[in-house]
Design a protein around this ligand. Structure first.
Ligand SMILES: C[S@@+](CC[C@H](N)C(=O)[O-])C[C@H]1O[C@@H](n2cnc3c(N)ncnc32)[C@H](O)[C@@H]1O
Length: 438
Protein backbone atom coordinates (compact mmCIF):
# COMPACT_ATOMS: atom_id res chain seq x y z
CA UNK A 1 0.00 0.00 0.00
CA UNK A 2 2.79 2.41 1.06
CA UNK A 3 4.73 1.39 -2.05
CA UNK A 4 1.72 2.13 -4.29
CA UNK A 5 1.33 5.55 -2.64
CA UNK A 6 5.05 6.24 -3.20
CA UNK A 7 4.73 5.27 -6.89
CA UNK A 8 1.68 7.45 -7.25
CA UNK A 9 3.35 10.53 -5.75
CA UNK A 10 6.49 9.96 -7.86
CA UNK A 11 4.44 9.75 -11.05
CA UNK A 12 2.41 12.88 -10.20
CA UNK A 13 5.68 14.79 -9.44
CA UNK A 14 6.99 13.62 -12.80
CA UNK A 15 3.78 14.77 -14.57
CA UNK A 16 3.98 18.19 -12.86
CA UNK A 17 7.63 18.60 -13.87
CA UNK A 18 6.72 17.64 -17.43
CA UNK A 19 3.97 20.28 -17.48
CA UNK A 20 6.44 22.94 -16.31
CA UNK A 21 9.07 21.91 -18.85
CA UNK A 22 6.49 21.97 -21.63
CA UNK A 23 5.23 25.39 -20.55
CA UNK A 24 8.76 26.83 -20.35
CA UNK A 25 9.67 25.45 -23.78
CA UNK A 26 6.40 26.73 -25.28
CA UNK A 27 6.99 30.15 -23.71
CA UNK A 28 10.50 30.43 -25.16
CA UNK A 29 9.39 29.23 -28.59
CA UNK A 30 6.34 31.51 -28.68
CA UNK A 31 8.38 34.54 -27.52
CA UNK A 32 10.82 34.04 -30.37
CA UNK A 33 7.98 33.47 -32.81
CA UNK A 34 6.20 36.65 -31.71
CA UNK A 35 9.42 38.65 -31.93
CA UNK A 36 10.25 37.36 -35.38
CA UNK A 37 6.73 37.86 -36.80
CA UNK A 38 6.15 41.31 -35.24
CA UNK A 39 9.61 42.67 -36.14
CA UNK A 40 9.40 41.33 -39.69
CA UNK A 41 5.88 42.79 -40.17
CA UNK A 42 6.97 46.19 -38.74
CA UNK A 43 10.09 46.38 -40.90
CA UNK A 44 8.24 45.21 -44.00
CA UNK A 45 5.54 47.84 -43.61
CA UNK A 46 8.03 50.60 -42.87
CA UNK A 47 10.18 49.60 -45.86
CA UNK A 48 7.19 49.24 -48.20
CA UNK A 49 6.57 53.02 -48.21
CA UNK A 50 2.83 52.22 -48.22
CA UNK A 51 2.18 54.83 -45.55
CA UNK A 52 4.41 57.43 -47.20
CA UNK A 53 2.68 60.76 -47.72
CA UNK A 54 -0.07 60.12 -45.13
CA UNK A 55 -0.71 62.85 -42.55
CA UNK A 56 0.41 62.32 -38.96
CA UNK A 57 -3.25 61.98 -37.88
CA UNK A 58 -3.90 59.27 -40.47
CA UNK A 59 -0.87 57.31 -39.33
CA UNK A 60 -2.04 57.66 -35.71
CA UNK A 61 -5.51 56.42 -36.70
CA UNK A 62 -3.92 53.46 -38.48
CA UNK A 63 -1.87 52.70 -35.37
CA UNK A 64 -5.03 52.82 -33.22
CA UNK A 65 -6.71 50.37 -35.64
CA UNK A 66 -3.79 47.93 -35.37
CA UNK A 67 -4.11 48.02 -31.57
CA UNK A 68 -7.74 46.99 -31.89
CA UNK A 69 -6.77 44.07 -34.15
CA UNK A 70 -4.00 43.05 -31.78
CA UNK A 71 -6.43 43.24 -28.84
CA UNK A 72 -8.91 41.01 -30.69
CA UNK A 73 -6.19 38.43 -31.39
CA UNK A 74 -5.04 38.61 -27.78
CA UNK A 75 -8.58 38.03 -26.55
CA UNK A 76 -8.84 34.82 -28.59
CA UNK A 77 -5.50 33.69 -27.27
CA UNK A 78 -6.44 34.41 -23.65
CA UNK A 79 -9.46 32.14 -24.04
CA UNK A 80 -7.38 29.42 -25.74
CA UNK A 81 -4.69 29.67 -23.04
CA UNK A 82 -7.33 29.38 -20.31
CA UNK A 83 -8.76 26.22 -21.86
CA UNK A 84 -5.25 24.82 -22.30
CA UNK A 85 -4.47 25.38 -18.62
CA UNK A 86 -7.79 24.01 -17.44
CA UNK A 87 -7.55 20.90 -19.58
CA UNK A 88 -3.81 20.13 -19.52
CA UNK A 89 -2.18 22.30 -16.81
CA UNK A 90 0.25 23.66 -19.41
CA UNK A 91 0.49 27.08 -21.05
CA UNK A 92 2.30 28.91 -23.82
CA UNK A 93 3.06 31.60 -21.24
CA UNK A 94 4.83 30.54 -18.10
CA UNK A 95 3.81 33.61 -16.08
CA UNK A 96 0.16 32.87 -16.69
CA UNK A 97 0.76 29.27 -15.54
CA UNK A 98 2.36 30.61 -12.35
CA UNK A 99 -0.70 32.84 -11.79
CA UNK A 100 -3.06 29.93 -12.55
CA UNK A 101 -1.30 27.52 -10.17
CA UNK A 102 -0.88 30.04 -7.34
CA UNK A 103 -4.53 31.15 -7.40
CA UNK A 104 -5.71 27.54 -7.67
CA UNK A 105 -3.61 26.69 -4.65
CA UNK A 106 -5.25 29.45 -2.56
CA UNK A 107 -8.82 29.45 -3.74
CA UNK A 108 -11.29 27.39 -5.72
CA UNK A 109 -12.79 30.54 -7.20
CA UNK A 110 -12.79 30.00 -10.98
CA UNK A 111 -13.34 33.68 -11.82
CA UNK A 112 -10.30 34.77 -9.81
CA UNK A 113 -8.23 32.06 -11.42
CA UNK A 114 -9.31 33.18 -14.86
CA UNK A 115 -8.52 36.84 -14.14
CA UNK A 116 -5.08 35.98 -12.72
CA UNK A 117 -4.29 33.74 -15.68
CA UNK A 118 -5.33 36.44 -18.18
CA UNK A 119 -3.38 39.13 -16.28
CA UNK A 120 -0.22 37.02 -16.29
CA UNK A 121 -0.59 36.44 -20.01
CA UNK A 122 -1.59 39.94 -21.11
CA UNK A 123 1.04 41.52 -18.78
CA UNK A 124 3.82 39.56 -20.49
CA UNK A 125 2.52 40.43 -23.95
CA UNK A 126 2.44 44.14 -23.03
CA UNK A 127 5.96 43.94 -21.59
CA UNK A 128 7.11 42.42 -24.87
CA UNK A 129 5.98 45.64 -26.59
CA UNK A 130 8.55 47.78 -24.71
CA UNK A 131 11.55 46.95 -26.94
CA UNK A 132 9.52 47.95 -29.99
CA UNK A 133 8.71 51.36 -28.52
CA UNK A 134 12.30 51.85 -27.43
CA UNK A 135 13.56 50.81 -30.87
CA UNK A 136 11.09 52.85 -32.88
CA UNK A 137 11.24 56.06 -30.88
CA UNK A 138 14.99 55.74 -30.23
CA UNK A 139 15.55 55.55 -33.99
CA UNK A 140 13.21 58.54 -34.57
CA UNK A 141 15.01 60.60 -31.92
CA UNK A 142 18.58 59.79 -32.77
CA UNK A 143 18.45 59.32 -36.51
CA UNK A 144 17.57 62.01 -39.07
CA UNK A 145 16.55 59.45 -41.66
CA UNK A 146 13.74 58.02 -39.41
CA UNK A 147 10.71 60.31 -38.92
CA UNK A 148 8.00 60.06 -36.24
CA UNK A 149 5.63 58.71 -38.94
CA UNK A 150 8.18 56.00 -39.86
CA UNK A 151 8.36 54.99 -36.19
CA UNK A 152 4.55 54.83 -35.91
CA UNK A 153 4.32 52.87 -39.16
CA UNK A 154 6.82 50.36 -37.81
CA UNK A 155 4.81 50.03 -34.59
CA UNK A 156 1.58 49.60 -36.55
CA UNK A 157 3.20 46.89 -38.68
CA UNK A 158 4.55 45.18 -35.57
CA UNK A 159 1.03 45.27 -34.06
CA UNK A 160 -0.38 43.68 -37.20
CA UNK A 161 2.27 40.97 -36.96
CA UNK A 162 1.42 40.47 -33.29
CA UNK A 163 -2.30 40.22 -34.15
CA UNK A 164 -1.56 37.53 -36.75
CA UNK A 165 0.62 35.71 -34.23
CA UNK A 166 -2.04 35.82 -31.47
CA UNK A 167 -4.75 34.63 -33.85
CA UNK A 168 -2.51 31.86 -35.24
CA UNK A 169 -1.47 30.64 -31.79
CA UNK A 170 -5.09 30.63 -30.59
CA UNK A 171 -6.06 28.51 -33.63
CA UNK A 172 -3.15 26.16 -33.00
CA UNK A 173 -4.07 25.68 -29.34
CA UNK A 174 -7.80 25.18 -29.93
CA UNK A 175 -7.04 22.80 -32.82
CA UNK A 176 -4.77 20.80 -30.51
CA UNK A 177 -7.42 20.67 -27.78
CA UNK A 178 -10.06 19.60 -30.27
CA UNK A 179 -7.86 16.78 -31.60
CA UNK A 180 -6.98 15.73 -28.06
CA UNK A 181 -10.66 15.54 -27.08
CA UNK A 182 -11.80 13.70 -30.18
CA UNK A 183 -11.83 9.94 -29.77
CA UNK A 184 -10.91 7.74 -32.68
CA UNK A 185 -14.27 6.62 -33.95
CA UNK A 186 -15.27 3.17 -35.02
CA UNK A 187 -16.72 2.73 -38.48
CA UNK A 188 -20.33 1.68 -39.13
CA UNK A 189 -19.47 -0.33 -42.21
CA UNK A 190 -16.77 -2.46 -40.57
CA UNK A 191 -17.20 -2.25 -36.78
CA UNK A 192 -20.93 -2.06 -36.08
CA UNK A 193 -22.31 -5.33 -34.72
CA UNK A 194 -26.10 -5.26 -34.32
CA UNK A 195 -25.93 -7.99 -31.69
CA UNK A 196 -23.49 -5.96 -29.58
CA UNK A 197 -25.73 -2.91 -29.88
CA UNK A 198 -28.82 -4.85 -28.81
CA UNK A 199 -26.95 -6.45 -25.90
CA UNK A 200 -25.39 -3.18 -24.66
CA UNK A 201 -28.49 -0.98 -25.02
CA UNK A 202 -31.59 -3.17 -25.00
CA UNK A 203 -31.01 -6.04 -22.56
CA UNK A 204 -33.03 -4.03 -20.04
CA UNK A 205 -35.11 -0.88 -20.40
CA UNK A 206 -32.71 1.89 -19.44
CA UNK A 207 -33.85 5.29 -18.19
CA UNK A 208 -33.13 7.04 -21.52
CA UNK A 209 -35.48 4.64 -23.29
CA UNK A 210 -38.17 4.97 -20.63
CA UNK A 211 -38.09 8.72 -21.21
CA UNK A 212 -37.96 8.40 -24.99
CA UNK A 213 -40.81 5.90 -25.28
CA UNK A 214 -43.00 7.85 -22.85
CA UNK A 215 -42.33 11.07 -24.79
CA UNK A 216 -43.06 9.46 -28.18
CA UNK A 217 -46.28 7.86 -26.92
CA UNK A 218 -47.60 11.29 -25.89
CA UNK A 219 -46.24 13.09 -28.96
CA UNK A 220 -47.75 10.55 -31.36
CA UNK A 221 -51.24 11.51 -30.16
CA UNK A 222 -50.73 14.85 -31.94
CA UNK A 223 -49.95 13.27 -35.32
CA UNK A 224 -52.29 12.43 -38.20
CA UNK A 225 -53.79 8.92 -37.71
CA UNK A 226 -54.16 6.17 -40.33
CA UNK A 227 -51.21 7.23 -42.46
CA UNK A 228 -47.91 5.46 -43.19
CA UNK A 229 -45.25 6.22 -40.60
CA UNK A 230 -41.56 6.17 -41.49
CA UNK A 231 -38.91 5.14 -38.94
CA UNK A 232 -35.69 6.61 -40.23
CA UNK A 233 -32.43 5.07 -38.91
CA UNK A 234 -34.30 2.39 -37.01
CA UNK A 235 -31.13 0.34 -36.45
CA UNK A 236 -31.67 -3.27 -35.45
CA UNK A 237 -34.17 -2.03 -32.84
CA UNK A 238 -37.96 -2.21 -32.71
CA UNK A 239 -38.58 -0.66 -29.29
CA UNK A 240 -40.03 2.58 -30.76
CA UNK A 241 -41.98 0.84 -33.46
CA UNK A 242 -44.57 -0.84 -31.21
CA UNK A 243 -45.96 2.51 -30.10
CA UNK A 244 -46.83 3.39 -33.71
CA UNK A 245 -48.65 0.16 -34.57
CA UNK A 246 -52.16 1.34 -33.66
CA UNK A 247 -51.86 4.79 -35.21
CA UNK A 248 -50.14 3.96 -38.51
CA UNK A 249 -51.89 2.60 -41.60
CA UNK A 250 -48.56 0.96 -42.39
CA UNK A 251 -45.01 1.17 -41.05
CA UNK A 252 -41.90 1.70 -43.16
CA UNK A 253 -38.49 1.00 -41.62
CA UNK A 254 -35.26 2.40 -43.03
CA UNK A 255 -31.67 1.97 -41.91
CA UNK A 256 -28.22 2.46 -43.36
CA UNK A 257 -26.86 -0.99 -42.56
CA UNK A 258 -28.22 -4.15 -44.21
CA UNK A 259 -27.09 -6.09 -41.10
CA UNK A 260 -29.47 -4.01 -38.96
CA UNK A 261 -32.36 -4.66 -41.34
CA UNK A 262 -31.59 -8.40 -41.28
CA UNK A 263 -31.87 -8.31 -37.49
CA UNK A 264 -35.34 -6.80 -37.84
CA UNK A 265 -36.31 -9.39 -40.44
CA UNK A 266 -35.37 -12.07 -37.93
CA UNK A 267 -37.89 -10.68 -35.49
CA UNK A 268 -40.59 -10.35 -38.14
CA UNK A 269 -40.00 -13.98 -39.17
CA UNK A 270 -40.14 -15.13 -35.52
CA UNK A 271 -36.60 -16.48 -35.70
CA UNK A 272 -35.74 -17.85 -32.21
CA UNK A 273 -32.40 -15.97 -32.42
CA UNK A 274 -34.23 -12.63 -32.73
CA UNK A 275 -34.02 -10.10 -29.91
CA UNK A 276 -36.74 -10.30 -27.25
CA UNK A 277 -38.69 -7.03 -27.33
CA UNK A 278 -41.50 -8.12 -25.05
CA UNK A 279 -40.37 -6.05 -22.01
CA UNK A 280 -40.36 -2.97 -24.25
CA UNK A 281 -43.83 -3.80 -25.59
CA UNK A 282 -45.06 -4.12 -22.01
CA UNK A 283 -43.58 -0.75 -21.11
CA UNK A 284 -45.11 0.84 -24.24
CA UNK A 285 -48.55 -0.47 -23.28
CA UNK A 286 -48.10 0.89 -19.76
CA UNK A 287 -47.22 4.31 -21.21
CA UNK A 288 -50.42 4.09 -23.26
CA UNK A 289 -52.40 3.59 -20.07
CA UNK A 290 -52.74 -0.21 -19.78
CA UNK A 291 -52.14 -0.67 -16.05
CA UNK A 292 -51.00 -4.32 -16.09
CA UNK A 293 -50.51 -5.59 -19.64
CA UNK A 294 -51.06 -9.35 -19.92
CA UNK A 295 -48.92 -11.73 -22.00
CA UNK A 296 -51.78 -11.76 -24.50
CA UNK A 297 -51.83 -7.96 -24.73
CA UNK A 298 -48.12 -8.04 -25.50
CA UNK A 299 -48.45 -10.76 -28.12
CA UNK A 300 -51.32 -8.90 -29.76
CA UNK A 301 -49.24 -5.72 -30.03
CA UNK A 302 -46.35 -7.68 -31.47
CA UNK A 303 -48.65 -9.24 -34.06
CA UNK A 304 -50.23 -5.91 -34.95
CA UNK A 305 -46.74 -4.45 -35.41
CA UNK A 306 -45.68 -7.34 -37.65
CA UNK A 307 -48.80 -6.84 -39.75
CA UNK A 308 -48.23 -3.09 -40.11
CA UNK A 309 -44.58 -3.30 -41.19
CA UNK A 310 -44.87 -3.31 -44.96
CA UNK A 311 -41.49 -2.03 -46.10
CA UNK A 312 -37.84 -2.29 -45.08
CA UNK A 313 -35.22 -0.39 -47.05
CA UNK A 314 -31.71 0.97 -46.93
CA UNK A 315 -31.27 4.69 -46.39
CA UNK A 316 -28.24 6.95 -46.41
CA UNK A 317 -28.10 10.44 -44.97
CA UNK A 318 -25.03 11.26 -47.04
CA UNK A 319 -27.29 11.35 -50.09
CA UNK A 320 -29.35 14.48 -50.80
CA UNK A 321 -32.27 12.08 -51.18
CA UNK A 322 -31.68 9.73 -48.19
CA UNK A 323 -34.37 7.26 -49.29
CA UNK A 324 -32.93 7.02 -52.80
CA UNK A 325 -36.40 7.28 -54.35
CA UNK A 326 -37.42 4.21 -52.35
CA UNK A 327 -40.51 5.40 -50.56
CA UNK A 328 -43.33 7.93 -50.46
CA UNK A 329 -42.77 11.51 -51.58
CA UNK A 330 -43.58 12.72 -48.08
CA UNK A 331 -44.70 11.13 -44.80
CA UNK A 332 -47.19 12.78 -42.50
CA UNK A 333 -45.15 11.34 -39.58
CA UNK A 334 -41.46 10.50 -39.44
CA UNK A 335 -39.78 9.10 -36.33
CA UNK A 336 -36.00 9.24 -36.19
CA UNK A 337 -34.34 8.51 -32.87
CA UNK A 338 -30.61 8.72 -32.17
CA UNK A 339 -29.81 8.57 -35.86
CA UNK A 340 -28.51 11.89 -37.32
CA UNK A 341 -26.70 12.78 -34.09
CA UNK A 342 -25.30 9.25 -33.77
CA UNK A 343 -24.07 9.01 -37.35
CA UNK A 344 -21.57 11.91 -37.29
CA UNK A 345 -19.36 13.83 -34.85
CA UNK A 346 -19.61 16.99 -36.94
CA UNK A 347 -22.32 19.52 -36.04
CA UNK A 348 -22.39 21.02 -39.54
CA UNK A 349 -22.96 17.58 -41.03
CA UNK A 350 -25.58 16.85 -38.34
CA UNK A 351 -27.49 20.00 -39.37
CA UNK A 352 -27.45 18.87 -43.00
CA UNK A 353 -28.63 15.39 -41.95
CA UNK A 354 -31.45 16.84 -39.84
CA UNK A 355 -32.51 19.00 -42.79
CA UNK A 356 -32.65 15.88 -44.95
CA UNK A 357 -34.73 13.98 -42.40
CA UNK A 358 -37.08 16.97 -42.06
CA UNK A 359 -37.35 16.93 -45.87
CA UNK A 360 -38.99 13.49 -45.66
CA UNK A 361 -41.94 14.96 -43.75
CA UNK A 362 -44.69 16.25 -45.97
CA UNK A 363 -46.04 19.82 -45.53
CA UNK A 364 -47.90 20.17 -42.24
CA UNK A 365 -46.57 16.80 -41.05
CA UNK A 366 -44.68 15.89 -37.88
CA UNK A 367 -41.19 14.73 -36.98
CA UNK A 368 -40.50 12.99 -33.68
CA UNK A 369 -36.83 12.81 -32.84
CA UNK A 370 -34.37 12.04 -30.05
CA UNK A 371 -30.66 12.70 -29.69
CA UNK A 372 -27.84 12.19 -27.23
CA UNK A 373 -27.17 15.51 -25.50
CA UNK A 374 -23.69 17.02 -25.33
CA UNK A 375 -22.04 13.74 -26.08
CA UNK A 376 -19.01 13.09 -28.30
CA UNK A 377 -19.38 9.34 -28.53
CA UNK A 378 -21.36 6.31 -27.41
CA UNK A 379 -19.92 2.87 -26.80
CA UNK A 380 -21.06 -0.23 -28.63
CA UNK A 381 -19.12 -3.41 -27.86
CA UNK A 382 -16.43 -1.20 -26.28
CA UNK A 383 -15.98 0.82 -29.49
CA UNK A 384 -16.67 4.56 -29.67
CA UNK A 385 -19.18 5.61 -32.33
CA UNK A 386 -19.57 9.32 -33.15
CA UNK A 387 -22.00 11.69 -31.52
CA UNK A 388 -22.56 15.25 -32.76
CA UNK A 389 -22.31 16.94 -29.33
CA UNK A 390 -25.55 18.90 -29.70
CA UNK A 391 -28.09 20.16 -27.20
CA UNK A 392 -31.67 21.46 -27.04
CA UNK A 393 -30.63 24.86 -28.45
CA UNK A 394 -29.01 23.28 -31.51
CA UNK A 395 -32.06 21.10 -32.04
CA UNK A 396 -34.37 24.09 -31.69
CA UNK A 397 -32.30 26.08 -34.22
CA UNK A 398 -32.38 23.35 -36.80
CA UNK A 399 -36.05 22.39 -36.36
CA UNK A 400 -37.37 25.96 -36.43
CA UNK A 401 -36.01 26.28 -39.99
CA UNK A 402 -38.32 23.54 -41.18
CA UNK A 403 -41.33 23.60 -38.84
CA UNK A 404 -43.79 26.20 -37.60
CA UNK A 405 -42.51 27.94 -34.53
CA UNK A 406 -45.51 27.03 -32.35
CA UNK A 407 -45.19 23.39 -33.37
CA UNK A 408 -41.98 22.70 -31.47
CA UNK A 409 -41.88 20.80 -28.20
CA UNK A 410 -38.35 20.10 -26.95
CA UNK A 411 -37.33 18.46 -23.68
CA UNK A 412 -33.93 17.61 -22.27
CA UNK A 413 -33.53 14.86 -19.66
CA UNK A 414 -30.63 14.22 -17.33
CA UNK A 415 -29.86 10.52 -16.84
CA UNK A 416 -28.56 8.78 -13.76
CA UNK A 417 -26.57 5.86 -15.10
CA UNK A 418 -25.62 6.30 -18.74
CA UNK A 419 -22.26 8.12 -18.40
CA UNK A 420 -20.27 4.89 -18.76
CA UNK A 421 -21.71 4.57 -22.28
CA UNK A 422 -20.59 8.09 -23.26
CA UNK A 423 -23.58 10.34 -22.45
CA UNK A 424 -25.46 11.61 -19.44
CA UNK A 425 -28.46 13.34 -20.95
CA UNK A 426 -30.75 13.20 -23.97
CA UNK A 427 -32.94 15.63 -25.85
CA UNK A 428 -36.38 14.74 -27.19
CA UNK A 429 -38.45 16.68 -29.69
CA UNK A 430 -41.76 16.87 -31.49
CA UNK A 431 -41.81 19.19 -34.47
CA UNK A 432 -45.26 19.66 -35.98
CA UNK A 433 -46.45 21.75 -38.92
CA UNK A 434 -43.69 21.25 -41.43
CA UNK A 435 -43.37 24.38 -43.57
CA UNK A 436 -44.09 23.86 -47.24
CA UNK A 437 -41.28 26.13 -48.38
CA UNK A 438 -38.43 24.91 -46.12
C1 LIG B 1 -27.34 4.66 -32.40
S1 LIG B 1 -28.06 3.88 -33.76
C2 LIG B 1 -29.77 4.25 -33.50
C3 LIG B 1 -30.66 3.13 -33.88
C4 LIG B 1 -32.10 3.22 -33.37
N1 LIG B 1 -32.81 4.34 -33.93
C5 LIG B 1 -32.17 3.25 -31.86
O1 LIG B 1 -32.78 4.17 -31.31
O2 LIG B 1 -31.63 2.35 -31.24
C6 LIG B 1 -27.54 4.92 -35.08
C7 LIG B 1 -28.05 4.48 -36.41
O3 LIG B 1 -27.59 5.39 -37.42
C8 LIG B 1 -27.45 4.66 -38.60
N2 LIG B 1 -26.59 5.38 -39.56
C9 LIG B 1 -25.25 5.48 -39.57
N3 LIG B 1 -24.84 6.14 -40.65
C10 LIG B 1 -25.95 6.50 -41.33
C11 LIG B 1 -26.18 7.19 -42.55
N4 LIG B 1 -25.18 7.64 -43.29
N5 LIG B 1 -27.43 7.36 -42.96
C12 LIG B 1 -28.47 6.89 -42.22
N6 LIG B 1 -28.32 6.23 -41.07
C13 LIG B 1 -27.07 6.03 -40.64
C14 LIG B 1 -26.83 3.35 -38.15
O4 LIG B 1 -27.03 2.31 -39.08
C15 LIG B 1 -27.56 3.10 -36.84
O5 LIG B 1 -28.66 2.25 -37.00
Amino acid sequence: MAEARGNHSRSSRFAATKRWLLSITATIASTYALDAIAAAAGLLLAASQLMQGLSHMSVLAFLAGTYILWGMGLRLNLEANWRLLEETGTSTNVLSKVAFDVVRHWTGNVRMRKIATASGYAGTELAKEAPYYAGAFGAALFSDSVSANDALTFLGGANLGAAIYEYGLARLVTGYLQRKNTPIYACFETDWLPRDYLRDFYSVIEEDERRTIAFFVEALKKTEPNRPILFFGVGPALHHVFLAARRASEIHLGDYLPANLREIERWIERDPRAHDWRPFVRFTLECEGVASPTELDITRREELTRAKITRLFEVDLRRADPLGGEALSGYSTVISAYCADSATANRGVWKTYMGRIAGLVRPDGTLLTAALRRSRFYLVGGLAFPSANIDEHDLHDVLQRHFQHGGLEIASCELENAASKGYSSIVLARASGRCASA
